[in-house]
Design a protein around this ligand. Structure first.
Ligand code: HEC
Length: 212
């Protein structure tokens, strides 16, 4: 292992983020005000959904964090990408089941084709992109989908450490990592992001709280 690789791993361990999105800070920063788009959700429920959504997003992140930390330490960086490829969906699915929600991450520039936005999350994504273009703050959103289920949406903004896998190929993304990403995700569009840019959104759908 070269010194550069070792430093890279240390940086990764310090941030613990890898394929999972850091949610805590972004959500905290924007938690005071939530855009209420549907008056049909009462103030009380609106707050409850928002709180539950935030906790679920944070817990999902924690599970990834512990796995990634262990793999980066025991094996190395390429194994982190392999781990994300093989397990990201499985982990999210099993966490969804235990909490009776459906946890999704989606984006306008996808790495994994399976993370496609549906019609409802596309509306939220487009809105966030518009707000970003107008340099306005992006707030979490609680709203009902077309089937009547309540969703919690929150922006995922790019952190410096994410550039190692979502920044400029070969400049910010190490050549070996980029090759591996391309082999695992031949349609990858999730590169070339800049720090602070909208990377995607959390979409947490509540299955048992909808007053349908
Ligand atoms: C070690 C490389 C690595 C790092 C670092 C990394 N990611 Fe990723 N990211 C991936 C991989 C691989 C996937 C595809 C996971 C899958 O198969 O679902 C991914 C997928 C995603 C997705 C899901 C949407 C999509 O395009 O499929 C989001 C959102 C995301 N990353 C955000 C981030 C954020 C935010 C950070 C920094 C906090 C980050 N990533 C850091 C490798 C990385």
């Amino acid at each position: 292992m070269t010194m550069k690789q070792i430093l890279w791993i240390i940086a990764l361990i310090l941030t613990f983020n890898a394929c999972q999105n850091e949610t805590k800070q972004e959500i905290k920063a924007t938690s005071e005000k939530t855009q209420e788009e549907h008056v049909s959700i009462s103030d009380f429920d609106h707050k409850a959904y928002k709180m539950k959504g935030k906790i679920i997003a944070q817990n999902t992140f924690k599970v990834f964090k512990s796995n990634i930390q262990r793999i980066a330490l025991e094996k190395g960086l390429t194994d982190v990408v392999n781990f994300c490829h093989d397990n990201a969906e499985k982990i999210v699915d099993s966490l969804s089941k235990t909490q009776h929600v459906v946890i999704k991450r989606t984006s306008h520039k996808l790495r994994n084709d399976n993370n496609q936005p549906d019609a409802d999350s596309k509306v939220v994504l487009d809105k966030y992109l518009q707000l970003q273009a107008e340099q306005k703050p992006l707030e979490p959103v609680v709203k009902k989908d077309t089937d009547g289920y309540v969703h919690f949406y929150a922006p995922i903004q790019l952190k410096k450490e994410c550039l190692k896998c979502h920044g400029e190929p070969e400049k910010e993304i190490h050549e070996d990592i980029y090759k591996l990403i391309q082999s695992k995700y031949p349609h990858d569009k999730a590169t070339g992001f800049k720090e602070g840019e909208l990377r995607g959104i959390w979409d947490i759908k509540f299955l048992d709280m909808a007053d349908k």
